[in-house]
Design a protein around this ligand. Sequence first.
Ligand code: HEM
Length: 336
Amino acid sequence: MEGPEEKTVKKIFEKPLIEEPSLNEIMEEVIARIQSLLFKEDKKIPEDIKQKVIKEITDKLPEIISRRMNKIKEEIILESINLAITSRKELLTLYRKEEKKKEREEMFLRFNIHFRIQHMMLFTSVILLILSGLPLKFPDFSPLSFLVDVFGGIESTRIIHRIAASLLVFFMVYHTLYTIFHPEGRRDFILLLPSPKDVRDVLQNLRYFLGITDEKPKFGRFSYVEKFDYWAVYWGCVIMIGSGALMWFQELSLKILPKFVLDAAKEAHSDEAILATLAIVIWHFYNVHFNPDKFPGSLTWLHGRITKEEMMEHHPLEYEEIMKKRKHITDNREQT
Ligand code: HEM
């Protein structure tokens, strides 16, 4: 059964939305107005002039009407879309979803799943190692002894340090295997090696910061800053794992190595821990979080993607290369 509301809605849509005025109506109105403007009531417009006017109107008016009607229709359609969008939450959510989809399609995968897992393992283990290592170095410093309480005492802090260390070792093994056996791992490792271009980029950046040039250096997949970051962490891990292992397996180490090696390892571990903490807090946090270009940081570490704009801004040479490859693929497809 149709209710009164449905009936009204049906009626509205049965009626044409906009009716074009009939040509006769318009002509009658025009003649009447000319008559009242130019002639007295008792005098009629001469028939030949009337016919001329009518001919003129019949020739030109349909085009004028249709042009105007199209304009009105267009305006009505736009306003209706506006009304529909603002009044319909569902449409808005759908629109936002589509926008997000478009955005995602425009995004570039920078870090694959292996890279992301490795990075997560690295930061989880390093944060835990710093939090559990520093109280061992400065046991009387109250903010750090508070951490010992959180970890459940000095013995469990030592255990947590060793668990986190095992995670870091696992990460290093994973990263080494990834670098050797995965094509993207091999590619990234080669691209992370320092090259003469890095020196040219540093000089270009200095010129840019000093205002001597307006041109920023153009980076490829990894800028010299990212390469520095990578190698600092790489050697940091090698030193911390090496020295930490000697301390962990002290008795065995002393059987194989002279005591001064173990003393040096303890010193290196202790000092590098401060260096690593400061490097992470000052260098890494600035580069990825507090740098005005990146603040407050992105979720790339989680989904691995960056936007087209970020790609063009921070890795323009890699962007150009990807676009060239894509064009090459589509050209080949069109040819076959
Ligand atoms: C970013 C990584 C690391 C940081 C920041 C760190 C930090 C520290 C610090 C500050 C200490 C105290 C040193 C002292 O008393 O002067 C320490 C001790 C120690 N670390 Fe690490 N460490 C890290 C990685 C590792 C790794 C990878 C291992 C093992 C493979 C390890 C094993 C040890 C051991 C066995 C001790 C001695 C703990 C004890 O007194 O029982 N550490 N670490």
